[in-house]
Design a protein. Sequence first.
Length: 414
Amino acid sequence: MKHFWREIGFLLRQRASLWAIALLAALAAGSVGLGLQEVAKQRAAITEVIALQEKDTAAIKVFATEAGDAAYYRFHPTWDPPAPLAFAALGQRDIAPSVLRIRALALEGQIHENEAQNPELTLPGRFDFAFVAIYLAPLVLIVLFYDLWSGEREAGRLSSLQVMPKARTRLWIPRIAARFGLVSAILIVVFWIGAAVSGAGLGETLAFTALILVLLGFWTVIASLVAQAGASSPTNAAMLATIWFVVTLIAPAGSNLVINATTPIPDGAAIMRENREAVHDAWDLDREATLQRFYKLYPEYAKSPPMQRPFEWKWYYAFQHLGDEQVAPMSRAYREGIASRDTRAGLVALALPPIAIQRGLHRLARTDVAAHLAYQERVRAYHTQLRTYYYPFLFTDKPFTPSDFDAAPKFVGR
């Protein structure tokens, strides 16, 4: 152990190494701070939307005395609260809404209107702790390792060091361990502080830590193998930088382009446009024909009395739902396509350990593509609850009272 601490002392006396380690510590601390700030901002936004919606709902209740009015004017908040580890790996939370207000109208337009962009489009992502660990920490390891052997050779000391008794266990292993241990300690301590502030559980914190250690271990092995291959220090640095560039950027970006090209999906904006056009066109279609199409989906309301007025709420909500039905194949293809792309990206990641670890970090933080799609499915399930709650009032002339207004289903978060 004394050899390990000796190497730590030597390492901290090297100016380049000290600057690299200090920079990594600053970047890690900054990323955790920004991540905690972003998560707090999202939680505050969810709380604010829920509170404001309660005020709006109280105002709507005053004049919305019919079920059709209540379903039309009343927004219902849904939310996807960040998991405790989301601060460290923001993933899809950087591009997907964490809160979404919906009405009992056509849903697909509402969902895709609130997406800033398709959730499969990011590669490196936002500057967060996972970004520092995946993309920047390996560069620090490269700085610490590239001249580990070649520097001694160029200084004329390598031969003498190699013939020392037990040189491997007394010199080289402690040197490698010191570099790996110092970088690991910096990242883990900073991450644990963030995890404690965020209230993360011990199990998920340890799992996240294990992935970080595996990542750093991977780059330590690569850097050690290249550094002792016998080339000069500049050659080692160039070789390691090339490996980093290919493994973390070029290969993932190239595979992403191939996956996207071979797995086409409908555009979210196209789904929204098609959905709204279907709803708008329904105003000019035969009303009874529209209702009959709806009754095929909900035969329990087929005996609803014929329309007596030019406008009735039941007809309006019937063609709203039919608008969703028209784009259902596109919406399903969109979700299945994103899931398929994510699955294929996972297969590619098996050959790229840093990217596989990045996906594991996002999974632990519940910020991956699967988590985003799961939130959308919860919104769809809740929307179905809303529609089916209002239908008896709309299609059977069941009286709608203030207590019925209050009894409308409420979204249950994760």
